[in-house]
Design a binder for this molecule. Structure first.
Ligand SMILES: *Cc1c(COP(=O)(O)O)cnc(C)c1O
Length: 370
């Protein structure tokens, strides 16, 4: 069993918090709506195995980015249906059908390719509709026509209809209009009996902002991991991940010396500096250099000084005289009542929580908390 001793930096995963967030999600959407847990990109950096094992008994679908991820999830949760969220490469299609995974299609070419792979059994696909995302899907004005053409293919079955929301955390008016248009398109497809299966459109921000449009199934990622893309829901969620490292060295530094590459930080008064075993190669972004980033040392916030390097960062621990080499440091999470959220780190790095989470690298251990 891996322990923190095996790593200079690791994340601890609180599985009860994951289940708490799933409960909060279910309370928001009500009982008529299923949950697809989105676990792409190593479960948003949290570590696929523990997340899938924890959630599998309580969710309806898993959502992943590609065939490889689908295969990994299938070995961990053989009974769960798995949707591949993005357009598949031609080379992936055979494996998708053989594995029993559900792809999304955007055009007749993809539909025909899947229809040819079923060996006499119709291949289940979900029809992706582009109602405003501008990424994949058939344009909504052409959706009925494509659905009819798919319906005529004997080797294919549209077993779900999907769309995606580009501004559910930024533009409520656009999102409401988008949801209304999508709803009426779905009604049209349904009345023509062109598909049978779940309709899904909402990501975490959609679930929080527009719960009455949750439909048959929601595709939730970020909120399950305890971060609300709309702040009003944050009190309902618990952070799942705590990202830690250790002090590898402590030195006293005198006035006038400089810290790290570029010599961007000049020491103004004698200080006690800790070197930590984490860097941008672990996902502690170089964009956090000289941006006011802090870490928790003994429950106190301590500033990151100078540039983030590949494997190490330097922190001023002058305010924590009891800190010693080997001490656990929190980069994201709580320590003795203090907290650094993923949102805080994302803001300081000029990015979004999704990128901070998924950027946590393979060198960082994934451990169960407690
Ligand atoms: C990643 C993804 C989601 C999950 O989004 P969150 O904002 O993390 O909830 C939902 N749908 C699709 C199509 C995705 O690619």
């Amino acid at each position: 069993m891996a322990s923190p001793q095996n790593y200079r930096s690791w994340v601890e995963i609180d599985s009860p918090a994951l289940l708490h967030n799933l409960q909060a999600l279910r309370a928001q959407i009500g009982t008529g709506t299923g949950v697809m847990a989105v676990v792409k990109a190593n479960a948003y950096g949290h570590g696929l195995k523990l997340v899938v094992k924890t959630l599998a008994p309580y969710i309806d679908w898993f959502g992943v980015a590609n065939l490889t991820e689908a295969q990994e999830v299938a070995t961990l949760a053989p009974a769960s249906p798995i949707l591949i969220l993005g357009s598949a490469l031609a080379e992936e299609r055979e494996g998708i059908v053989a594995g029993g995974f559900t792809p999304v299609i955007s055009c007749l070419g993809e539909a025909q390719a899947y229809a040819a792979l079923g060996n006499g059994r119709p291949v289940d696909v979900h029809l992706a509709v582009d109602s405003g995302m501008g990424r994949i899907g058939v344009w909504e004005t052409e959706a009925v026509e494509l659905a009819k053409a798919c319906h005529a293919l004997s080797g294919l079955r549209i077993s779900g209809v999907a769309s995606h929301l580009p501004v559910a955390d930024e533009d409520d008016l656009y999102t409401l209009q988008q949801l209304t248009r999508f709803r009426s398109l779905v009604q049209e497809l349904r009345s023509m009996h062109l598909f049978d299966g779940p309709v899904h459109v909402e990501n975490s921000a959609g679930v929080i902002g527009f719960p009455s449009d949750a439909g048959d199934l929601v595709r939730a990622g970020l909120m399950l991991y305890g971060c609300a893309p709309r702040p009003e829901f944050q009190p309902n969620l618990r952070a799942v991940l705590t990202w830690k490292t250790r002090i590898s060295l402590i030195r006293n530094i005198s006035t006038g010396r400089t810290i790290s590459y570029g010599r961007t930080y000049v020491v103004a008064q004698p200080a006690r500096i800790a070197t930590l075993g984490v860097g941008y190669a672990d996902g502690y972004q170089r964009h956090l250099s000289n941006r006011g980033a802090e870490v928790l040392v003994g429950g106190k916030r301590c500033p990151v000084l100078g540039r983030v390097t590949m494997d190490q960062i330097m922190v001023d621990v002058s305010s924590v005289p009891e800190a010693v080499e080997g001490d656990e440091i929190v980069l994201i999470g709580t320590q003795a009542g203090a907290e650094i959220s993923v949102g805080e780190l994302a803001d300081k790095a000029g990015t979004i929580p999704w990128e901070i989470f998924t950027g946590i690298g393979p060198r960082v251990g994934r451990l169960a908390a407690g």
